[in-house]
Design a protein around this ligand. Structure first.
Ligand SMILES: NC(=O)c1ccc[n+]([C@@H]2O[C@H](COP(=O)([O-])OP(=O)(O)OC[C@H]3O[C@@H](n4cnc5c(N)ncnc54)[C@H](OP(=O)(O)O)[C@@H]3O)[C@@H](O)[C@H]2O)c1
Length: 330
């Protein structure tokens, strides 16, 4: 396992981050505790969770798993989603964040969170109020660093600009959906992160399991993530596109040539993608976790990496296409 600096900070994280959205759902407590043990035992130090994962159960399990070795772990969690029936139980008001951080600390059985992330933009709260609150949390020591997730490029840039202007702490990372079958971040977010030195922590690096190669074209499967009735990003209709199966074919052939599995190849491609710090992979079982941990300790050849990059890249679009013409003009 290798370690990388996260964004413009001195925080060092493992090149793989363990996602915990399955904890207390697909994986019961016992299986989840075993996964954390194995991940940390193999050199992983970075764990991502959220207050809403399985209504707080995922945070509780993570808290129990790391209680005896808190100092070894870089612990990331999130705030924003609705956690109760009242109008102030959602969003980024000062009140909600202050309550949210206390609730997460209680469930995580710790007195500090390494990386506190804004889960999705809040259209109600002025971003100044949110950033001031996060700055106070860092000053108090309850939070060490801050990040965002699922932000549009303009939202992140607006927040970074306000942090800098007001001398508040700024985001060191963003957590977007990003993988060989979801490269929308190539348009604006990745160039912005490179420019501003913000670390990228891709979620769904396996496309929610699509890139493991266990699905065939056709109707929605009767097993796995795409059978669980999720809408949006884990909707079969959105994933089972002809283009995505073409990408998967390329992943499978490169996996066979390297004596690796498709999941290992899909993760390995991300490890070398410019700007990416640590993909946040998920697992529903120990077997999946062990397979995914086999994505480190080796590297794809440049030729194979390029083939994957070319097969999965976005179509040429305006205004990027137009700007590209002027890149080298002096
Ligand atoms: N910020 C956000 O908005 C956001 C959103 C989503 C996730 N996340 C974070 O990102 C993490 C990862 O997201 P994700 O679960 O979508 O990531 P993923 O790694 O793309 O998908 C994980 C799922 O794929 C299947 N899978 C994984 N490895 C496999 C293997 N080797 N063989 C066969 N199937 C395998 C399993 O689902 P099945 O067994 O059910 O098929 C597993 O639960 C989450 O845990 C969470 O921490 C963040």
């Amino acid at each position: 396992m290798e370690y990388r600096k996260l964004g413009k900070s001195g925080l060092v994280v493992s090149e793989l981050c363990l996602g915990t959205m399955t904890f207390g759902r697909e994986a019961d407590k016992e299986e989840s505790l075993k996964m954390v043990d194995s991940f940390l035992g193999q050199g992983g130090n970075f764990i991502d969770t959220a207050d809403v994962y399985n209504r707080g159960v995922a945070e509780e399990i993570v808290g129990e798993a790391i209680q005896s070795r808190r100092s070894e772990v870089v612990l990331a969690t999130k705030v924003r989603m609705k956690v109760g029936p009242h109008p102030n139980d959602v969003g980024y008001s000062r009140r909600r964040i202050m309550e949210g951080v206390e609730a997460s600390l209680r469930r995580l059985k710790t007195d500090y969170i390494d990386l506190y992330q804004l889960h999705v933009w809040d259209h109600i709260t002025p971003i100044e109020e949110t950033l001031r609150t996060l700055d106070d949390l860092v000053s108090s020591g309850k939070v060490r660093y801050i990040g965002c997730s699922n932000f549009l490029a303009w939202q992140m840039m607006k927040a970074l600009g306000i942090s800098d202007f007001r001398n508040y702490v700024r985001f060191i990372s963003i957590q977007p959906q990003y993988s060989l079958v979801n490269r929308e971040m190539d348009r604006e977010v990745i160039p912005l992160c490179l420019e501003e030195e913000v670390g990228i922590l891709p979620w769904a690096p396996l496309g929610g399991g699509f890139l493991t190669g266990k699905y065939e074209p056709g109707d929605a499967p009767s097993f796995g993530r795409f059978s669980m009735g999720f809408t949006g990003e884990y909707d079969w209709e959105n994933k089972a596109l002809r283009k995505n199966f073409e990408i998967l074919d390329k992943v499978k052939s490169i996996a066979a040539a390297n004596q690796k599995t498709p999941a290992q190849v899909a993760l390995n491609w991300l490890l070398e993608r410019e700007g990416v710090t640590s993909p946040i992979f998920g697992a529903s079982t120990m077997e999946q976790l062990e397979e995914n941990m086999g994505s480190v300790g080796w590297r794809l050849s440049q030729e194979h990496w390029n083939e994957l990059h070319e097969t999965s890249k976005l179509p040429s679009e305006y205004p990027q296409r137009f700007l590209e013409k002027f890149r080298r003009q002096v």
